[in-house]
Design a protein around this ligand. Structure first.
Ligand code: ATP
Length: 576
C-alpha cells in the first residue's frame, strides 16, 4: 500500500488566481498581441463613357483566385510584348464587384465590431481624382441621381460603406443587451489647409489642438447625438451637401477637400457581478481624401486648391513611406505627422492606436498608369504599417476598473484561501488590520456620456472613488497576506502530520507483517492438529476392520471346530 501526501493536492485554482493578479490588466487596455497592420482593400472602377468611347481597354487583370487577393497591371512594351506587374492586397476588387459585395469583402465589419467593443477604427479612401473614392465611401451622388427608383433598390445598388455601416451599427446595437450605446456624429473637412465644420459651416475655420488624452482634434467641432438611422443619415447628407466639390476635366463632382466623418460610440457596460458601470469610447472615422491630380490633366482654374490638395497628399505619402519602412526595417525613421493638418488628424489611424482599413482606388484607363502605379506603391507600403489598437476608456475609469479587478481577484483568492484553511481545520479569522476599513461595495462612478470628447466626471468624486478603492485594496492585500501566513502555518503543520503519519504507517506495516507470520503458524498448527486427528481416525478404522476380520476368522474357526467335533462325535458313535 502506498501513501500519497496530502500536500500534493494543493488547489490549482488558487495558482490561477495568483497568475491573473500578477499580469497587467489585458482586457482593459489592449488586444492580445496589441498589434494590427493596416488592412488594404483595392478597388477599381469601370471605364467611364469617355474612356470607353475613345476605345480604351482596362489595364487590370484579376487572376481568378478564390481569395481575390491578387491583381495585375498590364502594359504593352515597345516590342509589342506585355509587361505584367502583380500586386497583392488583403482584397482586390475588380470593377464588377458591387457596392454590397465590396462592403462584405473589404473587412470593414471586423472594424465595426471592434469599434462597438470600444476600439478606434478608421477607413480612409486613397487614390487619384475620379478613381472612385467617394463612390466607395458613400455612393451618395449615385443615390441623388436615382431619385426615380424606390428607396430599397437605391440602397442595394448605390449605398457605399458609410450608409451600410450606419445600418450595420444600428442593427448590432439593437440586437445586443449587454451595453447601453449612445451614437454621435461629427463631420469636418480640411480645405486649403484649414479645418471647417461641415455640420456648422458658419463657424468658419477651426483650430486643430492636441492633448494627452485625445491626441490631435478639431476644436469646437459640432457633435450631434443621433438616436435613429434617419437622424444619422440626415447628418451625413447635410455634411455631404456642404462639402466643397468642383467640376474639372476628370470628374464632374470632384471633392476639393479631405472630409472626415466621425461616428462616436459611447458605451456603458455594467459588470453583472458588482453592478459597476464602465464607459468605453469606440470611434469610427471615414476619411474621404481629395484625389491627387495634375493641373495639366484636370485643367483646374484654382491652382491654390490643387496645390494644397497635392501638398497634404504628399505629406500623407511621406508619412505612409516612413511608417512602412519603419515597420519593415525596425528603424526609427522620423514620421512627419505635423507637416499637414490632414496627417495630424490621421496620426491615430497610421501607426497609432486605431484599427485601419485603406480603400485604395484606381482608374483602369491606360493614360492613368503613372498615378495608378503610385497609388499601388503607397498601398503596398501602407499594408506594412503597424498600429497598436487599444480600447478607449477614461484614464481615471481605467484606474478604477483596474483597482476593482484587482480587488475582485483578491476577494476570490482570499475566499479560496479561507476555504483551504477550513479544510485544514485552521482558523480563517483575520483580525487587527491597522488603519483600513473592511471592504464594502462602492457606488458606480456616474460619468454620463458626453458630447464628442469624453466629459470629465466631477474630479472630487473620482478622487474619492479612487481612494476608496485604494483603501479597499490595502485592506484586501493585508487580509491576503495574513491568510497566506495562516495558510503557511497550516501547511507547515500539515507537513509535520504527514511525516508522523508516514512513520505510523511504516510501523503498522511491520506489525502487520508479524501478524501475518503468527497467522501462518496458527494455521499450520491447526492443519497439523487436523491431520493428526484425521490420522487417528484412520488408525481406528483399521483396527476395527482388523478386529472385525479377526472376529470373522475366529467365528469361522469356531464353526470349523464345531463341525470337526460333530464329525468326530459321529465317527465315535458309528465305531460304538
Ligand atoms: N466601382 C464603380 N462602379 C461604377 N462607377 C464608379 C465606380 N467607382 C467610381 N465610379 C464612378 O466614377 C466617377 C468618379 O468617382 P468618384 O467621384 O467617387 O471619384 P473620386 O475618387 O472621389 O474623385 P475625386 O477625388 O475627384 O473626388 C463617379 O461618376 C462614380 O459614379
Amino acid at each position: 500500500m502506498t501513501h500519497r501526501p496530502l500536500l500534493a493536492k494543493k488547489d490549482s485554482s488558487l495558482t490561477a488566481v495568483h497568475r491573473r493578479i500578477k499580469s497587467p490588466l489585458p482586457e482593459i487596455t489592449a488586444r492580445k498581441n496589441n498589434e494590427s497592420t493596416v488592412r488594404v482593400a483595392l478597388r477599381t472602377r469601370p471605364l467611364n463613357t469617355n474612356e470607353a468611347a475613345r476605345g480604351d481597354a482596362s489595364i487590370f487583370r484579376f487572376p481568378s483566385n478564390n481569395n481575390r487577393t491578387e491583381m495585375q497591371v498590364v502594359s504593352a512594351s515597345a516590342g509589342g510584348r506585355e509587361l505584367v506587374r502583380s500586386f497583392h492586397f488583403d482584397v482586390c476588387a475588380s470593377a464588377q464587384v458591387t457596392q454590397k459585395e465590396f462592403f462584405e469583402l473589404c473587412g470593414i465589419t471586423a472594424l465595426l465590431d471592434s469599434a462597438l467593443e470600444g476600439y478606434l477604427a478608421t477607413v480612409f479612401a486613397y487614390g487619384q481624382t475620379g478613381s472612385g473614392k467617394t463612390y466607395s465611401m458613400s455612393g451618395l451622388e449615385e443615390k441623388l441621381e436615382k431619385k426615380n427608383l424606390d428607396n430599397r433598390q437605391i440602397e442595394e445598388t448605390s449605398d457605399g460603406l458609410i450608409p451600410r455601416t450606419i445600418r450595420y451599427l444600428f442593427k448590432a446595437i439593437q440586437t445586443q443587451n449587454t451595453a447601453k450605446y449612445t451614437l454621435k456624429a461629427s463631420y469636418c473637412e480640411i480645405y486649403n489647409e484649414q479645418a471647417y465644420d461641415l455640420l456648422n459651416p458658419a463657424s468658419g475655420s477651426l483650430n486643430i489642438r492636441w492633448n494627452d488624452h485625445n491626441g490631435f482634434y478639431v476644436q469646437n467641432l459640432l457633435v450631434v447625438q443621433c438616436d435613429s438611422i434617419d437622424d444619422i443619415m440626415a447628418v451625413v447628407d447635410e455634411g455631404h451637401r456642404n462639402r466643397r466639390v468642383g467640376s474639372h476635366e476628370m470628374n464632374n463632382d470632384s471633392s476639393r477637400s479631405h472630409s472626415i466623418l466621425t461616428l462616436l460610440l459611447d458605451q456603458e457596460v455594467v459588470d453583472p457581478n458588482d453592478g459597476h458601470a464602465v464607459m468605453k469610447y469606440g470611434k469610427i472615422s471615414f476619411v474621404d481624401l481629395a484625389g491627387s491630380e495634375r493641373l495639366r490633366d484636370t485643367k483646374s482654374s484654382n491652382t491654390e486648391e490643387t496645390s494644397s490638395i497635392n501638398k497634404s497628399l504628399m505629406t500623407l505619402g511621406k508619412v505612409i513611406s516612413a511608417l512602412g519602412t519603419k515597420s519593415t526595417s525596425q528603424s526609427t525613421a522620423f514620421v512627419p505627422y505635423r507637416d499637414s493638418k490632414l496627417t495630424k488628424l490621421l496620426m491615430d489611424s497610421l501607426g497609432g492606436n486605431s484599427l485601419t482599413l485603406m480603400v485604395a482606388c484606381i482608374s483602369p484607363a491606360p493614360c492613368f498608369m503613372e498615378d495608378t502605379l503610385s497609388t499601388l506603391n503607397y498601398a503596398t507600403r501602407a499594408k506594412n504599417i503597424q498600429n497598436k489598437p487599444t480600447i478607449q476608456t477614461d484614464p481615471k475609469e481605467s484606474l478604477i476598473a483596474g483597482l476593482r479587478q484587482e480587488n475582485q481577484l483578491l476577494r476570490s483568492e482570499n475566499a479560496l484561501l479561507k476555504q483551504q484553511l477550513q479544510s485544514y481545520g485552521g482558523s480563517t479569522s483575520v483580525t487587527n488590520l491597522p488603519g483600513t476599513k473592511a471592504p464594502r461595495q462602492l457606488a458606480a462612478l456616474n460619468s454620463k456620456p458626453s458630447n464628442g470628447l469624453p466629459e470629465k466626471p466631477d474630479p472630487e468624486l473620482v478622487n474619492g472613488v479612487v481612494s476608496a478603492y485604494q483603501s479597499q485594496l490595502i485592506y484586501l492585500q493585508q487580509e491576503n497576506a495574513q491568510l497566506h501566513a495562516n495558510n503557511g502555518y497550516s501547511e507547515h503543520r500539515l507537513a509535520n502530520l504527514t511525516l508522523e503519519n508516514e512513520a505510523l504507517q511504516l510501523k503498522l506495516e511491520s506489525y502487520q507483517k508479524n501478524l501475518n507470520v503468527q497467522t501462518t503458524i496458527d494455521r499450520l498448527m491447526q492443519e497439523n492438529k487436523q491431520l493428526k486427528a484425521q490420522l487417528q481416525g484412520e488408525n481406528d478404522t483399521d483396527i476395527l476392520e482388523q478386529v472385525r476380520q479377526m472376529n470373522q476368522r475366529l467365528e469361522q474357526l469356531q464353526q470349523r471346530e464345531q463341525e470337526l467335533m460333530m464329525a468326530l462325535a459321529r465317527k465315535n458313535r458309528s465305531r460304538d
